[in-house]
Every structure is written in structure tokens, then in C-alpha cells.
Design a protein around this ligand. Structure first.
Ligand code: BES
Ligand code: MN
Ligand code: ZN
Length: 483
């Protein structure tokens, strides 16, 4: 979809549908419309439309104005309009118009600017909401909207915000594509190829093969990879856009999690292709940061592998040595995420980072706790956690802090090794994070568990069913604000 900015009056805009956001009102809704339009709108048309959030009404436009149709979309009560409600309106209307076969839409921005909000939020919601994954449909009858015209003065501020929104939303869609692909088409090698497509002068990509990580002593990561015939790929991206110590982003990249010898039940196992959603989010962030030429230094690490059972797979009770020297008793091969992340965190330290953020579909307990509504956050640095919380509120990729009580250390004590990879079901959201904490040590570090939010079973206003691409918008906002 092309997005334009045009400084013309609503009634002179040649488009199939003119979108006019309105706030909720029990009085005459026409009062909220641009005068030139309001005088043409018949009261009967409005019916019971009252401008409730995401309520939509499409009416034919009078013949003496250029738009063919007028679409009213509700933003809810005037004093409680948020950026997210505007994004939702963008997603809702775009999908509604697409399904109605419309190709060109325009947005009236009077109300949005009078509320001191940006039409860029609307555009972001539209791009995110219009996402589809149709690659495997042989009869693809998908409809497409070709253009969104934003009716506004084309100021520097609007242009910049729009550019950010577009690149940001495209990066989310890029991540969603990677996740939605089935694991037979998204192997560690495929993920490495996707990373390699991001290469530029300032963004370099290095792929460590098995022999390389063997030399580094990544015994925990190698143990997870040992069951699969697909070669593991330890993917490292480096974006140099500024000065100073980098932020390292680590994304869990299990391209399929069967559980390994501690096999998962068959029911729902097909969903475990999304166990690389953390890695996809990291690629999304790196892609957007480099397209936006952000003045920051970033490292992205994707320890990619499948987790499968086989004659060569790691077995419950096996003990491995991690890159940092600690030994781990693998009591459950399905707790594989923390194993690959442990070695990735140790590897990250060589960059002397100012912060490490890992993002992972780490525990079923995370979705049991929060359902689809929040990312669980744990970490050792209050300032960083505070900043991530703020970005979460701004982007509506909400995070909720959970504790790292010292007592959790006992849960993962092993009788014969330094530590074990699972403390059982009790507190597993916290003990999995504690396991990572043991490896992060004093380096400022935050862990984000996205197991509950990386996938949605139902359509949301700007998140269609399937992979959500969560984490990309959150972390991009964070690094934009990080000083
Ligand atoms: N990838 C799973 C966690 C997961 C579950 C993500 C459901 C998304 C949806 C992870 O590797 C896992 O299997 N975790 C186990 C750990 C347990 C064996 C200690 C879990 O949470 O059940
Ligand atoms: Mn698992
Ligand atoms: Zn997993």
C-alpha cells in the first residue's frame, strides 16, 4: 500500500472512501464532521451510529463531492482517545474497506490533530491490520488496498513520523512472515538466509556453524541441536549506526520445538513453529533500525536450531558444559530455550554491551499467567526495566514485571552439576528467568517472555490471526528513546 500526504480539502479528494474519525457523542454526530461534509449527511444515514470505539459506518457520498463514500469510524470518548485507539481504528477501517473491495482510501485528520495525536498511528494500524500470509494458498483471491492518502499539511514532523510508522510496521510484517512459515520452510538455514538479506554497509551478518560454536564451547546450545539433521546456525548481526557500547538483542530461535526426548503431546505441537518468534522480532528491529539509519549500535544474536528427538539427541539426565564454564544437568529436554540463551548471553558479553535484552517464547507458564495480554519481564536493572515498561505502554506491547527472588536459585540446584535446566512446574516462569540471570550476572540484562503474546488465535484490530510479530515495535521504541 502506498501512503501519500496531500494538503487538500476533504470534499476535493478523489478516492473511493474518505475516512472520518469521530468521537463518541449522544448528540448529533454531524457536529464532529468537517462542515463541507456535514451539510451533505442526512440524519437518517447515521441511524444508531454513536462513535463508540471501532464502530464503523459507511455511507455513499453526495454526488457533488469527490470522494465516492464516507466512512465514519468511532474513537470512543473524546477524553480517553489514545494512540492505540487510533492504531485500532486504522486497522479496523483498512480491513473493512479491503473486504468491501475498495482500492483507495483517504484520511481526514482534523480530529486526530485537534486531539494532539498523529495520523501516523492510523497509518501504522492500517499497514499492520492489512497483513496477510497467503503464500501457501494456491487459489489466492486476496484483495488489496492500493493507497492511503493522508489529508494534512505535509510538515517535517508528519513526514518523519509517517516514515517511522511505515518502516516499523513493515518490519513487524517481515517478522510475522518468518514466524508464519512452517518449520520445513523456516529451518535454521532459512533463518540465516533471511538475516543475510538485511546486509548493508552498516549492518553485517555472520553465521557461526557447528564447528565454530564447538570451538567456543557452547555445549548447551550444541546439546539442543544434537537431535536434528538440520544444521544449527548461530546468527550474529552487527549494526553500527553510532558511537558507544552496543545494546545486544538475543532472540530465541528454535525453528521447531518438539520437546526433544521429553516429547511434547501431539495436540497443538504444530504451533511450535513459532518458537523462533523472539529471533524474528530481533531481525525486525535490526531491519528497521538500519532502514531508519538510527544513530545507535546494535548486536542481534539468533541461536537457531530445531529441538528434535533422535538417536543422537540429548537425553534427560545428560550434563553439558556451557560456554561460560558452568555445567548444566538437562533434566528436561523441553526446557531448551534457556539452554541456547545461556550460551548466547555468554557470547554477548564479548561485545561489552551496555545492555542485553533477550526475547523468547520461553514458558507455557507465561501464557497461563497473562493469556494473550502481556509480555513477562524480569531483569537485573531497574532503569532498563522502567524504560521497557514505558515503551510497552506507548506501543501497547505491554510488559509486566515478575520477580527474581533469590529463593528461586534453590529450585534449579542440581545434585551433581552446577545447575539444572528445569525446576519443574512450580514457578517455571520465574525459575526459567532465574536460570538466565545466573548467566547474565552483573551485566545489565532484561528477559522478555513472549510465549503468551507471540501468537493470536483470533483477529484483533491491527493484529490478524497467527504470528503477531510482538517485540519489534516495543524494542524499536526503546532504542529510539535510549540515550
Ligand atoms: N517453547 C516452549 C514454551 C512455549 C509453550 C511457548 C507454549 C509457546 C507456547 C518451551 O521450550 C517449553 O517447552 N517450555 C516448557 C518448560 C518446562 C519443560 C520446564 C514449558 O513451559 O512447559
Ligand atoms: Mn520446549
Ligand atoms: Zn521452546
Amino acid at each position: 500500500m502506498n501512503i501519500f500526504i496531500k494538503n487538500i480539502a476533504e470534499e476535493t479528494c478523489l478516492c473511493e472512501a474518505l475516512i472520518i474519525p469521530v468521537t463518541e457523542s449522544s448528540a448529533d454526530i454531524r457536529k464532529g464532521l468537517p462542515a463541507q461534509i456535514a451539510k451533505h449527511v442526512n440524519k437518517n444515514h447515521l441511524n444508531s451510529f454513536s462513535g463508540k470505539q471501532n464502530e464503523i459506518l459507511m455511507i455513499p457520498a453526495p454526488s457533488d463531492i469527490k470522494p465516492k463514500r464516507i466512512l465514519l469510524v468511532g474513537l470512543g470518548k473524546k477524553d480517553s482517545v489514545t494512540a492505540d485507539k487510533i492504531r485500532q481504528a486504522g486497522g479496523k477501517t483498512a480491513v473493512y474497506l479491503r473486504e468491501a473491495g475498495i482500492k483507495s482510501m483517504a484520511l481526514s485528520t482534523g480530529l486526530i490533530s485537534s486531539l494532539k495525536m498523529s495520523p501516523a498511528e492510523f497509518a501504522e494500524g492500517a499497514v499492520l491490520g492489512l497483513y496477510t500470509f497467503t503464500k501457501y494458498k494456491t487459489e489466492n483471491k486476496a484483495k488489496h488496498i492500493k493507497s492511503l492518502t493522508i489529508l494534512s499539511k505535509s510538515s517535517h514532523d508528519i513526514k518523519e513520523k509517517l516514515k517511522f510508522a511505515k518502516i516499523n510496521a513493515d518490519a513487524v510484517c517481515f517478522a510475522r512472515d518468518l514466524i508464519n512459515n512452517p518449520s520445513n520452510d523456516m529451518t535454521p538455514k532459512d533463518l540465516a538466509s533471511a538475516a543475510l538479506t538485511l546486509r548493508t554497509k552498516k549492518l553485517t551478518v555472520k553465521v557461526l556453524e557447528k564447528k565454530d560454536v564447538q570451538k567456543l564451547g557452547m555445549g548447551a546450545y550444541l546439546a539442543v541441536a544434537s537431535g536434528s539433521c538440520e544444521p544449527s546456525k548461530f546468527i550474529v548481526l552487527q549494526y553500527k549506526g553510532g558511537k558507544g557500547a552496543p545494546v545486544v538483542l538475543i532472540g530465541k530461535s528454535i525453528t521447531f520445538d518438539s520437546g526433544g526426548i521429553s516429547l511434547k503431546p501431539a495436540d497443538g505441537m504444530e504451533k511450535m513453529k513459532y518458537d523462533m518468534a523472539g529471533g524474528a522480532a530481533v531481525l525486525g528491529v535490526l531491519k528497521a533500525a538500519s532502514e531508519l539509519k538510527m544513530p545507535v549500535n546494535l548486536i542481534g544474536i539468533l541461536p537457531a536450531t530445531e529441538n528434535l528427538p533422535s538417536g543422537s539427541a540429548v537425553k534427560p539426565g545428560d550434563i553439558v558444559r556451557t560456554m561460560n564454564g558452568k555445567t548444566v544437568e538437562i533434566v528436561n529436554t523441553d526446557a531448551e530455550g534457556r539452554l541456547i540463551l545461556a550460551d548466547a548471553i555468554e557470547y554477548a558479553k564479548r561485545f561489552k554491551p551496555k545492555a542485553i535484552i533477550d526475547i523468547a517464547t520461553l514458558t507455557g507458564a507465561c501464557s497461563i499467567t497473562f493469556g494473550n495480554e502481556a509480555i513477562a519481564m524480569m531483569g537485573n536493572n531497574n532503569e532498563l526495566k522502567q524504560q521497557i515498561t514505558e515503551s510497552g505502554d506507548k506501543t501497547s506491547e505491554r510488559v509486566w514485571e515478575m520477580p527474581l527472588f533469590e529463593e528461586y536459585k534453590d529450585y534449579i540446584k542440581s545434585d551433581i552439576a552446577d545447575i539444572k535446566n528445569s525446576g519443574g512446574r512450580n514457578g517455571s516462569l520465574l525459575t526459567s528467568a532465574y536460570f538466565l540471570y545466573v548467566f547474565a550476572g552483573q551485566t545489565p540484562w532484561v528477559h522478555l517472555d513472549i510465549a503468551g503474546t507471540a501468537w493470536t488465535e483470533k483477529d484483533k484490530p491491527y493484529v490478524p490471526k497467527g504470528a503477531t510479530g510482538i517485540g519489534t515495535r516495543l524494542i524499536l521504541d526503546l532504542i529510539k528513546e535510549l540515550k
